[in-house]
Each structure stands twice: as structure tokens, then as C-alpha cells.
Design a protein around this ligand. Sequence first.
Ligand SMILES: [Zn+2]
Ligand SMILES: [Zn+2]
Length: 217
Amino acid sequence: MPAPPEVICLTNGVFAENCYIVADRDRGEAVLVDPGEEADLFLARLRSERLELQGIWLTHAHLDHVLGVRPVVERSGVPVWLHPDDRPLYDRMPDQAAAVLGVDLPAPPPPDRTLAAGDLVRVGDCEFEVRHVPGHSPGSVAFVGHGVTISGDVLFAGSVGRIDLPGGDGEALLHSIREQLLTLPDDTVVYSGHGPATTIGQERRTNPFLTGAYRLS
Ligand SMILES: [Zn+2]
Ligand SMILES: [Zn+2]
């Protein structure tokens, strides 16, 4: 049995986005999940941890999760994984940057690999299952394995993802959470795209959007 992967959270940028380093320490290999604004921070941390970057896994293609893709790829040459249903969003990244930040940015390089439900992705000897969790965006995915899920902006501690952005769908979001995330064991640690980590059990018991206390609208 390989040792479980290590997950390092790097909260960064004006969006307070959580980029994650997922590492197989024994092999000294890592991937970056959702490299947001501060590419220098991610690359410096990989260096100081003596981890070799193998790829970029994207939970979805909103601006705050992909701002660092181009600078990281330019400096490391690693491949990028994305679900095809978020490809239109990904390709509109310069429009997202202009609209949200008022800046001109070049498009990120095209993704090299596609993610699909049921795929297994690997960092070192550690495998994660890909689950398709649309609703916050059409191509949102969660990476599941080793007692954790890294699930982007789908489920947060005490909240759920926005559905008012292009491609958002509240019914789909709740369906994704119930079918793909709440089916995981209660002690599964949820690493979200923003805010602190939580667990499936904690959210099942107390998340007001899941207990029925609040309605998504
Ligand atoms: Zn998002
Ligand atoms: Zn986000």
C-alpha cells in the first residue's frame, strides 16, 4: 500500500482561492489542483518541498481557478487536465479576466487531457477517481480518493457553490452533491475551492442548503 498523498492548501489572490498541492512524498511527485492567481507562490512551494510537478488538474474553469495555468505551464511544461464541458468557459478566460478584473490576459494553453466521470488520475502511486459534479459550472469535477475529496466550488463548509454564473444550475448542483459527494463516508475530508476544509459528515448534518433550512435560489 502506498502512503496516502499529502494535501497542501495554498490560499491565494484577490479571490482567496484554494490551490492544492497533492503530493506522493515517497516518489517526490506532485500535481497542482486549480492554480489560481499566485503562480510564483505555488512554484516556490513545490521547490521548497522538493516536489517535482507532474501536471495540473482543474476542478473547473472559472477565472479564479485558472489564472495561474499559463505561467505554471510556461515554466514547467506540465500537461493540463479539464472536463470538456468547461472547455467553453476555459477558452473565455480572457473575457472573464476583462469582465471581473478589468485586465487583458492571454488565453491559457489548451488542455492536454480530458477528465470524465469514472476516470482514474494518478500522482506518483496515488490514484484518485474523477466524479462529474455539474451545477456550479457544467464541467465541474471532484477528485476522490484516500479519504479526501478535492471538489472545487461545489461544496463549502456551511455553504454550496454559486449558481448565478454562466452555466450554473441549482437543481444539478444539489443532485451532484447528493449523488456524488454525500455518498462518500462521513469522515471524508472535503477540500473546497474557498474557505476551510470540512467533512462530508459535518456538511450532511449542518449545511443549511443540504438540511433544507435554506433553499437555493
Ligand atoms: Zn467557481
Ligand atoms: Zn472559485
